[in-house]
Design a protein around this ligand. Structure first.
Ligand code: SF4
Length: 392
């Protein structure tokens, strides 16, 4: 048996020991997703509007763990019986700066207070730098079974331009190890970089696909107010060029066996789609652990937002319905009437403008029947405008 087989056996044994017996009697949609927020980064990427702060010199991991444990206990107490969990996601910031022991302790606490489903997806976002790469094996041993790696570019010059601190060889080494170590492995790349051309971008995709990926996320570079790129007046790629790059990318990935299941996310099969992100897009319940973490939770007939590890405001069914349209049309399968009603208590086709739905279908921008509404390929290119028309 080789090292990876051994490692997978150990990790599976740990996950099995965390599994509870309630989880199998519930449908996946009734299970909870848990987001654990790690707010810090080692440096700021100049395009990023998620940046919340540099890892303080005085960073005290124990304090942060105690905060996580207290938030977990708070949410567990809201339910009359242990809730089943289908997904746990360590996101940020740069959660791979956590120690594997911290990840292990958080997972153990979740296992004590909730019922972790046998097939739960347990993800961690990581950067390819050596410091984080060196911990991959231990993260796997702690129970992480899906790694999402922030590669962003597979060209040395563009990595520098994007202000990334990892080199091309770091990215390649981290991809090789990530693909070997984790049963589910995904990378993020950024497209529509200034002056980017299709042929060089295609080569980057080809390089990525050599690593036997089954999931890939591609994000358009946008220049957001307040970011260093905005202050430097970096110009985004012309809209038409960016759209053409996107359309070519979707076609190319399809020809390589990847289906777009969300506007920026591609998977080889439904079993490789991100369970955690699908929870957001399909209107499921999720709680956010840690400062700055958000959530949505149906409890005692009300819809709550969660913020900073606590219940926050209540949402009206209409407010939640608007969010559901915004999220649900991002996915290829679209919005389901059944899920929509379950999430907000309003019938989908009572909420959407009937006249506009019909008109957009005539323009081949969406299609619908009694049970579902979804965008067409043409509709995906005008997603934001269509959503605005449907909910206004
Ligand atoms: S892109 Fe990631 S690593 Fe870079 S600043 Fe944003 S959150 Fe931090």
């Amino acid at each position: 048996m080789n090292t990876e087989d051994n490692l997978n056996k150990q990790a599976e044994a740990i996950q099995t020991s965390r599994v509870g017996d309630l989880s199998s009697s519930l449908s996946n949609e009734d299970k909870l997703a848990v987001y654990i927020h790690f707010p810090y980064c080692k440096s700021r990427c100049p395009y990023c509007d998620f940046f919340r702060g540099l890892l303080p010199k005085s960073f005290n991991e124990e304090e942060l763990i105690q905060r996580y444990l207290s938030d977990i206990a708070y949410f567990a107490d809201l339910f009359s019986r242990k809730q089943a969990v289908k997904s746990i996601f360590f996101g940020g910031g740069t959660p791979s700066l956590l120690s594997p022991d911290a990840v292990n302790r958080v997972l153990n606490e979740l296992q004590k207070k909730f019922v972790i489903a046998k097939d739960a997806e347990i993800s961690l976002e990581a950067n390819p730098n050596t410091f984080e790469r060196d911990k991959f094996l231990e993260f796997r041993q702690a129970g992480i079974n899906r790694l999402s790696l922030g590669v962003q570019a597979l060209q040395a010059d563009d990595l520098k331009k994007l202000g990334r601190t990892h080199s091309l060889s770091d990215a390649l080494a981290a991809m090789e190890l990530g693909a070997k170590t984790f049963p589910k492995f995904s990378i993020d790349l950024i497209y529509a970089r200034p002056l980017q051309q299709w042929d060089t971008w295609q080569k980057e995709i080809d390089t990525a696909l050599q690593f036997n990926l089954s999931h890939i996320s591609l994000y358009e570079l946008s220049i957001e107010e307040g970011t260093p790129f905005y202050r430097k007046n970096i110009q985004p790629m012309d809209e038409e060029q960016s759209l053409s790059l996107y359309n070519d990318t979707v076609s190319y990935l399809r020809s390589c066996g990847f289906q777009r299941y969300e506007v920026s996310n591609f998977a080889k099969s439904s079993s490789h789609q991100s369970v955690h992100n699908l929870t957001y897009w399909q209107g499921g319940d999720y709680i956010g652990i840690g400062e700055g973490a958000h959530g949505r939770l149906r409890l005692n007939g009300q819809i709550f937002t969660t913020l900073d590890g606590r219940l926050d405001e209540t949402l009206t069914p209409q407010e939640r319905a608007e969010e559901l349209v915004l999220m649900g049309l991002r996915i290829e399968e679209g919005l389901s009437e059944e899920r929509f009603y379950k999430a907000c208590g309003i019938h989908l086709f009572d909420f959407l403008s009937k006249k506009m739905t019909k008109r957009l279908a005539q323009l081949d921008l969406l299609c619908y029947d009694d049970a579902n509404i979804k965008l067409t390929d043409k509709g995906f290119t005008l997603m934001d405008e269509i959503i605005l028309e449907l909910v206004s």
